[in-house]
Design a protein around this ligand. Structure first.
Ligand code: SF4
Length: 332
């Protein structure tokens, strides 16, 4: 797999409700390189979290992976048993999610949970696990680890809980960290600190990170590459500078224009009109066409394919060959 630590190939996922199934992730391809941060962005329901959770088999009961491969160290994770996947989860691939309150058990002290999560994967004493836990809490800037270890999650602030979650996720130095909107519930100053921690951990430990967020401002600060998802599909993919400075898909352009900027504080933000499509219904053509300012006749009947534009840069839009998006530099 050269420098690629993870390859997602043609991943498709369906959800079932009321006896009907519909695709929420459609033919997604992604690659994660060693030590890089790959940002996955898009509106709620675009499939970014479903894609990320598929890696660790953490999808809800009504979800079913209907196609594709997720390759990690030569193994297709989708073919592993629950037990085999459980061994990888937390050890080789860690995860942090946005809701630390529901991920930490409020009736057990942090030390119980932390030590147990380490000893599930490695055969060491409680004392050794305790030492690792304290070391990791210090790594994420919790200066009094012994005190934190003796507290319950409800006694900690949101930022502290999230730091505990990060410390637990990286305690065994995983090769990959999946960060699913890890700063959404935090205020902006704590958010900035947590992002700094994550970036530092990537540098210190060489961890590869998939960072899921609806916030393009965050992704712009952190990620090396970005996959923009719309209605369960990747519509644009490439290096962060290229995608942010020259978006090739109108949806990416719309997302960038809807990010608040200090210099435009008095202007009304440009929103993308309309709503994402109802994926339980059948659609023709480009899924974005009802909301697109650049829609052409062909868009209504022919679905654009994700095509390579230049090295490591892809887009799915009929405009690509016409070069008529009128790109300009966008500074976030
Ligand atoms: Fe807009 Fe057409 Fe491109 Fe879809 S294919 S994003 S409708 S221009």
């Amino acid at each position: 797999m050269e420098d690629k630590v993870l390859k997602i190939k043609n991943l498709s996922v369906e959800f079932s409700t009321s006896g009907e199934s519909f695709k929420v992730v459609n033919d997604v391809n992604l690659e994660l390189e060693k030590g890089e941060i790959l940002g996955l962005v898009g509106e709620s329901g675009c499939g970014k979290t479903t894609t990320a959770l598929s890696i660790l088999g953490l999808l809800p009961k009504n979800a079913k992976i209907t196609g594709g491969e997720i390759l990690f160290e030569g193994k297709n994770l989708l073919l592993l048993s629950k037990e085999e996947l459980r061994k990888i989860r937390g050890k080789d691939i860690g995860i942090i999610s946005q809701n630390s309150m529901s991920n930490l058990n409020p009736i057990r002290k942090i030390k119980k949970q932390f030590i147990e999560s380490i000893r599930t994967h490695v055969d060491i004493s409680k004392k050794e696990a305790h030492e690792i836990a304290c070391e990791m809490l210090q790594k994420v800037n919790l200066s009094d680890p012994e005190r934190i270890m003796n507290q319950y999650s409800f006694q900690l602030s949101g930022g502290m809980r999230q730091r505990v979650m990060i410390a637990m996720a990286i305690a065994l130095r995983p090769k990959i960290l999946i960060a699913d909107e890890p700063t959404t519930a935090l205020d902006v100053t704590v958010q900035a600190q947590i992002l700094e921690e994550i970036d530092k951990l990537r540098k210190d430990f060489g961890i590869s990170i998939i960072f899921v967020s609806h916030n393009l401002g965050i992704i712009s600060q952190l990620a090396d590459r970005i996959g923009v998802m719309y209605a369960g599909e990747i519509v644009e993919y490439g290096f962060i500078s290229s995608v942010f400075n020259n978006p090739i898909h109108p949806y990416t352009k719309g997302l960038l224009e809807s990010v608040p900027k200090i210099e435009n504080a008095k202007k009304i933000l440009k929103a993308i009109r309309g709503n994402p499509p109802d994926l339980s219904k059948k659609h023709f053509g480009c899924l974005f066409y009802p909301r697109c300012d650049y829609v052409m006749d062909t868009c209504r009947c022919k679905k654009p394919k994700l095509i390579k534009i230049k090295e490591d840069s892809m887009g799915a839009c009929h405009l690509i060959n016409k070069n008529s998006l009128g790109n300009k530099i966008i500074n976030l």
